[in-house]
Design a protein around this ligand. Structure first.
Ligand code: SAH
Length: 365
């Protein structure tokens, strides 16, 4: 039997990995084994809801089925390479490792409103934004749905014993560009949202993109009430091209028009992420230009204090804007009636900006 929902290669025995499968796919496998379909529901309950990945402990399955599952299949959680805990910060960042030893990072944030996780969707990134550590070493590979869901389950296991061990929010803001791996990301969204999965509401799931228009259109067609975040970082095409090579392909006005359509169809407000870089994109005239672009749309601007990073071989050339400049920029946007927040910084002391941990690890710094 060869079942690989993600097209990854496995050893001849135990080639079946349950992680990343939908309930319907699990039912198919279970019926192929000659077992009653409802057993798949029990299995998904253990794997996705109870975080139990040892078949021997799945007490409501028959001893025969448990040993059969153990022979032919596995649940591939990523391995933990290192955990980073911020001081006085309710953030835990994990550097994790997959079967092929590639590394990715993911973050658990304990907020007053619930636990939120941030996951990676690729190892490296094709987008090569100038200020971002993830793309600074290029692209290695996509992560499979199982590898992405695995990050969520792993982070949830860190909550065992804490008052609230439920994950209620998920953001695709780790390493990689989610819309460049959109089929696996959609599969993950299905799994984490489903009642047989993790039961995370669509409204609590955020897809963050550097602005791949075709991907946003695909999400618009899906018409799910997901949060869409667009990493804009500039209010004119020339500057955006300098900061983000992807802007050579898409104009800001086309990107915003696509986001407005998303918002009309789904009824969801779009968030524009804007990293404040000193002397580059933080002038009052740039705030006004941004306001003119967004005026009248159901949107919200999130100003992000830029995170400097460095390793042995590379470092970000940019400096963050001062808090006063950020506050002034926010004020200019508000004057134009644009909703704006300044992102609370979590995890800056543990390099919690995408790609920074993996980079420092690989370079041995
Ligand atoms: N590829 C997706 C999601 C991953 S990045 C995207 O571009 O949206 C998550 C966010 O962190 C993006 O808004 C990205 O532009 C931002 N980011 C990247 N490097 C940063 C840095 N050094 N400081 C602050 N924000 C950064």
């Amino acid at each position: 039997m060869v079942i690989s929902s993600e097209g990854t290669e496995h050893s001849a025995e135990k080639q079946l990995n349950w992680l990343g499968m939908t309930l319907a796919e699990m039912e198919q496998v279970i019926s192929d084994l000659g077992e009653a379909k409802y057993r798949a529901g029990q299995l998904s309950d253990w794997i996705y809801r109870k975080n139990e990945h040892d078949f021997a402990k799945m007490s409501n399955l028959s001893a025969f089925l448990r040993s059969r599952l153990n022979e032919i299949s596995r649940v591939d959680l990523p391995g933990v390479v290192e955990l980073y805990q911020g001081i006085n910060d309710p953030v835990t960042k994990a550097l994790v490792c997959f079967q092929d030893e590639e590394l990715a990072e993911c973050v658990l944030m304990r907020y007053p409103y619930g636990n939120s996780v941030c996951v990676s969707t690729q190892v490296g990134c094709r987008m090569a934004c100038r200020f971002c550590a993830s793309g600074s070493d290029g692209f290695l590979r996509d992560l499979s749905a199982g590898e992405i869901v695995g990050q969520v389950l792993l982070l949830r296991s860190l909550l065992s014993g804490e008052g609230n061990s439920r994950i209620s929010h998920l953001v695709f803001m780790g390493m990689g560009e989610p819309l460049d791996n959109i089929e696996q990301v959609i599969r993950v969204i299905q799994i984490v949202n489903a009642p047989w999965g993790l039961g995370i509401g669509y409204r609590h799931i955020t897809v963050s993109t550097c602005g791949l228009i075709e991907g946003i259109e695909r999400l618009t067609e899906l018409n799910l009430p997901l949060n869409l975040a667009i990493s804009l970082h500039a209010s004119d095409d020339d500057l955006r091209r300098e900061l983000m090579p992807v802007a050579h392909k898409y104009k800001i006005t086309d990107l915003i028009a696509t986001a407005v359509r998303y918002s009309r169809v789904t009824g969801r407000r779009v968030t524009y992420e804007y990293g404040m870089i000193a002397g580059i994109n933080d002038k009052t005239s740039q705030a006004e230009q941004l306001a003119r672009l967004l005026k009248g749309s159901l949107s919200h601007v999130n100003l992000i204090p830029f995170n400097n990073w460095q390793s042995e071989t590379a470092q970000s050339a940019q400096q963050r804007s001062s808090p006063e400049v950020v506050a002034g920029f926010a004020e200019s946007l508000r004057k134009w009636g644009i909703e704006v927040t300044v992102r609370r910084e979590m995890g800056a002391d543990i390099s919690a900006a995408c790609g920074q941990l993996r980079r420092s690890r690989r370079r041995g710094t």
